[in-house]
Design a protein around this ligand. Structure first.
Ligand SMILES: CC(C)(COP(=O)(O)OP(=O)(O)OC[C@H]1O[C@@H](n2cnc3c(N)ncnc32)[C@H](O)[C@@H]1OP(=O)(O)O)[C@@H](O)C(=O)NCCC(=O)NCCS
Length: 274
């Protein structure tokens, strides 16, 4: 017998936390801990709920919904959608998602970030905001020592999510983050030191100063995550940086009740995605 229920995220039973850990981290040989990546599962967000499906008294499938706000747009996000391998292809994820979307209602836009586009298209999600991942190769002449950067631990302020309330954690593919602060510009970026190629997850700086700031990191290759295509890419190219940019996608559900332009203006950091 299978039953569905929903609860506040902080009430998610350990057996379901274990399921999420297994599916998204342990089975893929990555991750620090569920608390490090999804601290909001302990509560504190604006309105975060878990949807749980038990079959034969075992944790079979789950997902989470979060209420968010960004650039004046209220929306819901869906994530952590998973089914235990032994229970796949029985319609469980479909059942949970239908129940959660019904509860959210049809007025509010729903966003999610996934590579499993075909699964969500069946619910009317369509590809929307093209986020950009840009691999930047800096000319040899531009590389200097990283003397202008102060490296700091990721602080409490960095961990707060204005988008969802509560805490935000490490992206799934990351094990540590640092905040780097420029000593000559009030610019700051969060940088993952992922081997030889740092990944810039957030960047706050005036557009004109970015090429110089990035080249001062002093590595030949750097990965830049941008919420959407921005003139910055052209600016970097003009500064002699070779850019290989590709789009990733947000899926969007029932956009009819909000202005599409408003959706495109959303600037949701990669650190807020789940
Ligand atoms: C994706 C996932 C949640 C599907 O769970 P599930 O309970 O097996 O899904 P359902 O049984 O409700 O699937 C119903 C139908 O969706 C389709 N479907 C399932 N996974 C799909 C996918 N990845 N792409 C396209 N279609 C998919 C299938 O047509 C399936 O019906 P079928 O009986 O014809 O095979 C599960 O495979 C999983 O946990 N994967 C790992 C985690 C993950 O990738 N989560 C989603 C991204 S956040």
């Amino acid at each position: 017998m299978a039953i569905i229920r929903s609860c506040r995220v902080e009430e998610t039973p350990d057996a379901f936390r274990h399921l999420a850990w297994q599916v998204f981290f342990a089975s893929r040989g990555r991750g620090v801990s569920l608390d490090a990546h999804f601290p909001w599962l302990r509560g504190g967000g604006y309105d975060d709920r878990s949807w749980l499906l038990e079959a034969d008294k075992q944790p079979a499938a789950m997902l989470c919904t979060r209420r968010g706000t960004n650039s004046g747009v209220n929306f819901y996000a869906v994530g952590l959608v998973c089914t235990a391998p032994a229970f796949e292809r029985r319609g469980f994820a479909t059942w949970l998602l239908q129940a959660a979307l019904e509860e959210i209602g049809s007025d509010v836009p729903v966003l999610l970030w996934t590579s499993q586009h075909a699964f969500y298209e069946r619910f009317g999600f369509t590809l929307a905001d093209p986020s950009v991942v840009a691999t930047c190769t800096f000319p040899t002449s531009a590389r200097t020592a990283a003397a202008i950067w102060q490296r700091n631990d990721w602080c409490a302020e960095d961990r707060y999510s204005s988008c969802f309330g509560g805490q935000r954690g490490l992206p799934t593919f990351v094990t540590e983050l640092e905040r780097w602060q420029s000593v000559w510009d009030p610019a700051a970026s969060l940088v993952l030191r992922g081997g030889a190629m740092p990944i810039v997850l957030e960047l706050a700086a005036s557009e004109e100063s970015v090429p110089a700031l990035l080249s001062e990191i002093g590595v030949p290759l750097l990965m830049l995550n941008l919420p959407r295509p921005v003139p910055l890419i052209d600016r970097l190219r003009a500064a002699g940086v070779a850019i290989d940019a590709r789009s990733t996608a947000i899926a969007m559900w029932r956009p009819g009740l909000i202005d599409c332009g408003a959706l495109k203006s959303l600037d949701i950091s990669l650190l807020d995605r789940f």
